[in-house]
Ligand binder design. Structure first.
Ligand SMILES: Cc1cc2nc3c(=O)[nH]c(=O)nc-3n(C[C@H](O)[C@H](O)[C@H](O)COP(=O)(O)O)c2cc1C
Length: 206
């Protein structure tokens, strides 16, 4: 006789969603994001936690799922982690099934793919503190679409992300002020050429 009870239902399953700001400590570490990813993948596997960590525009957004105790313990760790601050819990509640069951922690930089999803383009620039519940929900759904897209691909969550927080910040600043940097570079080149010209002219007696 067949029963209709799904086999994989976990009785003690919760989700924790929060956002936080990267600190100067976080930014000053050459490989903060890689370090977080490495520790998290290892710990989360051990503690049966799955989820996703997003970084963009100086903010973290993390969705994690697991037992209430495991998430509470992790939250306590997160609250004293000096690489970020102003942790704002967006949700901590019971759920029926995991959304990211194959990812002990996938880490992503938002701008790389958020722009490609027309349904959440309007959430850029990434400012999760000011989101309404519905915007948080839309963003989560986009993350799930991303998860589903990646399901067919080889497992990647054990490979930490390869970038530094400083690199990220620099690329963001440079990206926003490209014209300014271009003009500065051209001016610097002109100054060098002029100095060389003056020196050479002096030496060669022009
Ligand atoms: C934004 C952010 C997200 C993090 N996510 C996790 C996580 O999912 N799992 C985890 O174990 N540690 C995570 N950490 C690290 C924890 O705050 C803490 O440093 C770590 O759990 C300590 O582990 P350890 O005692 O094994 O060194 C995160 C830290 C930051 C700043």
């Amino acid at each position: 006789m067949r029963t209709d009870v799904p086999q994989s239902v976990e009785s003690d399953l919760y989700q924790l969603i929060y956002t936080s700001r990267i600190t100067s400590t976080g930014l000053s570490g050459a490989s903060t994001l890689n370090d977080i990813a490495e520790t998290s993948v290892h710990n989360n596997q051990k503690n049966d936690i799955t989820g996703i960590l997003c970084y963009g525009n100086g903010y973290f957004f993390q969705y994690i799922e697991g037992s209430e105790q495991a998430l509470t313990n992790l939250k306590n760790q997160l609250l004293i982690d000096e690489r970020h601050k102003d942790l704002k819990t967006l949700d901590f509640s019971a759920i029926n099934e995991r959304k990211f069951k194959d990812w002990s922690l996938r880490s992503i930089i938002l701008e790389r793919w958020l722009l490609k999803d027309p349904k959440v383009k309007h959430l850029l620039p990434f400012k999760p503190y000011s989101w309404t519940d519905s915007e948080t929900e839309q963003f989560l759904m986009a993350l799930q679409r991303y998860y589903e897209q990646k399901q067919g691909e080889p497992k990647l969550d054990t490979q930490p992300i390869k970038y530094s927080a400083l690199g990220l910040t620099l690329s963001k600043v440079v990206g926003e002020h490209q014209a300014f940097f271009l003009i500065q570079t051209v001016l610097a080149a002109l100054i060098v050429v002029t100095l060389l010209w003056v020196l050479l002219a002096d030496k060669l007696g022009f």
